[in-house]
Design a protein around this ligand. Structure first.
Ligand code: AMP
Length: 142
């Protein structure tokens, strides 16, 4: 058996955490290093590493929880919006190998960027190149 992830240990109560929501398959707790007040992580209880590793019904449960939680989180900290995202893989900045959705409350004028600021240099692709990539994706979906 592999070591439990830090998130499993929070869910089990072995590591202190601020759990705000729990179902049979999903838990949500406050990030220990919040980007903004209310920064919350929504996780499947099973430690799937990436989105692709989780069964569709679990992904549904996780995103239903995000849908339920995000207004409550925003209201609790009087936020104006939220950035909701997954660092899906180490190259995307994933540090904890247990799938989690960040819900980061956002405030007018908070100085942060959008998801469009997640990469260092923006791709320079013409419409044909974009279309070819689209075909490659579609071909993999049968
Ligand atoms: P990521 O880079 O997407 O893997 O993000 C991992 C997140 O987990 C970071 O925002 C960390 O602050 C957060 N984190 C790490 N350890 C803990 C912990 N013990 N309790 C709550 N959040 C944690």
């Amino acid at each position: 058996m592999s070591e439990p992830t830090i998130f499993e240990r929070i869910i089990e109560g072995d590591v202190p955490g601020h759990i705000v929501y729990e179902t049979e398959t999903v838990a949500a707790f406050l990030d220990a290093n919040p980007l903004t007040p209310g920064h919350t992580l929504v996780v499947p209880k099973e430690p799937y590493t990436r989105l692709r590793d989780a069964p569709p019904e679990v992904v549904t449960d996780v995103f239903e929880a995000v849908r339920t939680l995000s207004p409550a989180i925003e209201d609790a900290v009087d936020a104006d919006a939220a950035t909701i995202g997954v660092n899906d893989g180490t190259a995307a900045g994933q540090e904890v190998s247990h799938l989690h959705v960040h819900v980061v409350p956002r405030f007018e004028g908070d100085g942060g960027g959008s998801i469009h600021t997640a990469v260092g240099s923006v791709a320079d692709l013409d419409d044909d190149e974009i279309g070819e990539i689209g075909s490659e994706i579609a071909a993999r979906l049968g």
